[in-house]
Write a new protein. Sequence first.
Length: 378
Amino acid sequence: MIELLFLLLPVAAAYGYIMGKNNANNEAQQQNQEIINEYSKGLKFLLDREEDQGLEHLISLLEISANSVEHYLTLATLFRRRGELDRAIKVHELLLKHDGLSLEQKKHVLYELAQDYMMAGLLDRAEENLVYLHSLKDSNALCQLMLLYLQSHDWDKGIALFQSHESDFNTSQLKKTIANFYCEKAIQDKDLKPLDVVTELTQDLVRPKYMLGEKAFDDGDFLQAIKYWGSLLDKNVAFAPIFLDRLEVSYEKLNLQDNYFSHLSKHLKSDSVLIKIHYCKSLMAQGKVNEARNYITQVLRKQPNIRGFSYLLMLMSEQSQDIKTVLTEINNLVQDYIATKSLYQCNHCGFTSKKMYWFCPSCKHVESLVPLSGVDGF
């Protein structure tokens, strides 16, 4: 009998364990079901267009369970998109109070909270979060910090961050961003010398070389202007419209028209109609009138462009006095049409403008606004 008792004891223990486990599972399932029911109630409020009541109900669940972090992050994003930044901040701050967050979840919440603060104009709080995240090697924090310093025009802080963490500026966009901070600082201090430090940060960098070329041109140092703008023409031909006229003048001032013609010839295969127009002007200066007209005509057959058409009209009017008045009137209409069109477009978000911006006013990308190409472009 005693032996039987000892045999039954392990069975009883196992049975008790299984029953206890099932009971715990049942309690967990019951708790989960209650939470699901509460979620459903909040969503029903939203579906019934009782948005305020529904959102408040979902916030209250945050104090019941923090297991569904992604759900609360989605909820906070909804608040932010609605412009209800105080509610978005409340959700994110409540999430940070829960001890159960993993490090990655905490970093995500801190990043989103920094976004809330930035939109709310609480830049000091946003900076505090982002600096902390950057110290944790968060990959997104540095870009947002630079965006914050751009928003506050705090060029010195951005430059100091670059100087202390230069190795972290390892993407083309970050390098362009810090180079443009140096440009803004140079304008502020009226001293362009520091720009030489950043001209070679990345191959597709434009503004520092453009500004140095502009300064040299204004100072009458045309050789230096050719150095900087000539380099831009070779590496960033899409930006040629912002300096090409003055580059031509620089060559002329030094009686180097043949060099200019040779330089242009290297880029005739590019999409820039403006370069082809300047090439035609060089042909005209050499007395090669028919060659210039035939060349631009062939270009327009393959690559229709309103500016090229306007230039062709001008050539034809100069060669035919009989119809000069008519062609001039037509060209004036074409010029009026050109004047109504945007000149620049952001290649990141599509924002268009008649004015050149080094920081896109829409998406805040750096040097993403380029002169337009195509039928109405350059």
